[in-house]
Design a protein around this ligand. Structure first.
Ligand code: KG4
Ligand code: ZN
Length: 332
């Protein structure tokens, strides 16, 4: 069985083709056209601009993804219907409606960030599990009994972890997306040391809050003189502390849930799970087993949509009019 997956939820036009044979997966193609350079100028994603780029890129990425496989037709089409930017989601949905002849599998982007872990690992081996989903728009702790059986245990009350990386990077004058830019600066030595808060780290609940961290960064930045705040020493020290503050909160809350719910397996997903330090520090907790996708599968890609389409093939829709963008779609 072959499935073509499309994601246009944000600033990447991503299409992949996946083949499944007797429960084993083979990646036939995985093409991503990134709009990062375009959005860098604005320090974030502009929905109308992103929509225009998707429209332009979709036919090119589609041809490329199919050509690489050597096959002419696929058995299924899967497309992200949400959550994401409404105009961008519609581009992907309308594009595939024109090309699909049989049925389309609507896919939840957040579920796809979780299920990409099952490209190489059988779900039976990992589930039940706790998933930490950390992307540009979401930070959620999800209990997964089995595929399609999800319970959100905790989530952010304001900014997502990725959003915090992006916004604080912008304050420091670093490029978009902020996560990789901050991670890079944080690797460099600095003689300066800065203390930032770890919001909600010790609260009894399982929720997160990252907007206070962003505000603390802004206050610190504003109180420094121009020479200091533009110095490498300051930017590196700040980057290191921002990254560590986010990691500390994510790890503390994740392990708290895992312990209280007696769960051994923890799976990560979403752009922030590409953060090397987060993975390294999580893995020091030997009483748990961790699954983290390879970095290029942590961030948005079409493969996770194709794979999630496979696991949801019983939800394939024949009447295409039923398929609509759902920008605020939730996991459960
Ligand atoms: O999952 P994703 O590609 O898109 C959304 O669904 O939002 O996540 C993008 C987010 C951005 O906020 C970006 O700064 C962050 O993931 N990110 C990282 C890293 N790579 C991407 N954050 C921390 N460290 C990274 N290495
Ligand atoms: Zn994503």
């Amino acid at each position: 069985m072959t499935i073509l997956g499309i994601d246009t939820s944000c600033d990447d036009t991503a299409i992949a083709v996946l083949e499944e044979k007797e429960g084993e997966f083979k990646v036939l193609s995985n093409v991503i056209s990134s709009q990062v350079k375009l959005h860098q100028k604005y320090g974030g994603v502009y929905p109308s601009l992103a929509k225009r780029e998707h429209k332009k890129n979709l036919p090119i990425v589609f041809e490329k993804a199919l050509k690489k496989t050597g096959i002419k037709e696929v058995d299924y089409f899967a497309v992200t219907i949400g959550p994401g930017l409404d105009p961008c989601l519609w581009e992907g949905i309308n594009f595939i409606k024109k090309r699909a002849d049989k049925s389309i599998i609507p896919v939840n982007h957040m579920e796809a960030h979780i299920l990409i872990n099952f490209l190489e690992e059988k779900p039976e081996k990992v589930l039940p599990a706790l998933s930490l989903v950390v992307s540009g728009g979401h930070t959620q702790l999800v209990l997964i009994k089995k595929i399609a059986n999800y319970k959100i245990i905790g989530e952010t009350r304001d900014d997502a972890a990725g959003e915090c990386f992006d916004k604080t990077a912008r304050i420091l004058g670093l490029s978009y997306p902020g996560g990789p830019a901050i991670a890079k600066e944080a690797e460099e030595e600095s003689s300066l040391s800065i203390d930032l808060p770890r919001p909600m780290i010790n609260t009894k609940d399982y929720d997160f809050s990252f907007s206070g961290l962003k505000t603390a960064v802004l206050y610190d930045f504003k109180k420094r003189n121009k020479k200091v705040r533009e110095s490498k020493e300051y930017i590196r020290a700040m980057a290191r502390e921002i990254q560590q503050a986010i990691i500390d909160v994510l790890i503390k809350k994740t392990l708290k849930v895992a312990k209280e719910y007696e769960i051994e397996n923890i799976i990560l997903g979403g752009g922030v799970s590409a953060n090397k330090k987060l993975g390294q520090q999580l893995r020091k907790n030997k009483e748990f087993k961790f699954w983290i996708p390879q970095p290029r599968l942590c961030t948005d890609n079409g493969l996770m949509i194709a794979l999630t389409g496979y696991f949801n093939k019983d939800k394939a829709v024949k009447n295409f009019r039923e398929i609509k963008s759902k920008p605020n779609l939730r996991l459960c």
